[in-house]
Design a protein around this ligand. Sequence first.
Ligand SMILES: C[S@@+](CC[C@H](N)C(=O)[O-])C[C@H]1O[C@@H](n2cnc3c(N)ncnc32)[C@H](O)[C@@H]1O
Length: 271
Amino acid sequence: MSLAGNTSIFKWFSSFTRENANFRQSFWKWWYNYLAKKYAKVDEWTCMNYGYLASPFHGNPKLEFTSKMLYEKACAEVELEGKSVVEIGCGRGGGLNYLHEQRKLGSAIGVDLSEHNITFCQRRFNRSGLSYLVGSADDMPLADASADVVINVESSHIYPDFPKFIQEAIRVLKPGGTFCFTDFRSSELFPPILEAVKKSGFQILVHEDISKNVRYGLDADAKNRLDLIQKHIPSWLTSPVSQFAGVPGSKFYNDLKSGETVYFLIQARKP
Ligand SMILES: C[S@@+](CC[C@H](N)C(=O)[O-])C[C@H]1O[C@@H](n2cnc3c(N)ncnc32)[C@H](O)[C@@H]1O
């Protein structure tokens, strides 16, 4: 059963926020702060992305498995062991913590615009070599040439100044460092994104449309998402939150299926 409800208001909202970049940034900052304050004690919820699976899966994956697989895919074939890694737009911190644990990062810094997300991350993942800072993608609180790898997962669609974000990613990377970038856009906006990354001086290593795999993730994870929503969300909010969670039947899910929205992966190197 879908809880996604009527999608027309979300169609209007998506096109309005696409055209109004500063409003979009303020709205999402407010929304992520609201969620982080309201669900500050929900420790099982640490990832906020649509997830990824290499192939369809017909069981019930563990909670957040598909979201962590999106991090694996974003960094596939990239050497992370012992490296200094930065994530911009780290959300509730679970993806970076997963990589820190599984891929033996040297050091890891998560940066997010939402101060309440960062408070959650600092309490939830209090481990040596892993830290979280408040900061913005267009003015990163990080020194020049300080990171081997910059990761960005499902966050850039919110930024008001995408070219500035790319300039900042180049600035904080060491020469030879890798940018692991994954997000979604309406299909006509993906080619200009790839072009902007190329023009900034990055050398593109990989670019891939992973929309189908994100749908595999959403299909497999639907029950987990709906269970979490029913457990924590008041009934009047279940429909908008189900839209936000991308459950089958939501606008995001349908747009991914029709090709109107593309979920892409870019890996690029700073020369
Ligand atoms: C969909 S969540 C993804 C979080 C995380 N990457 C994950 O996959 O779980 C998007 C995140 O981007 C953050 N964000 C939005 N605009 C930002 C900006 N300008 N600078 C840094 N973070 C930003 C939001 O606060 C939110 O935590």
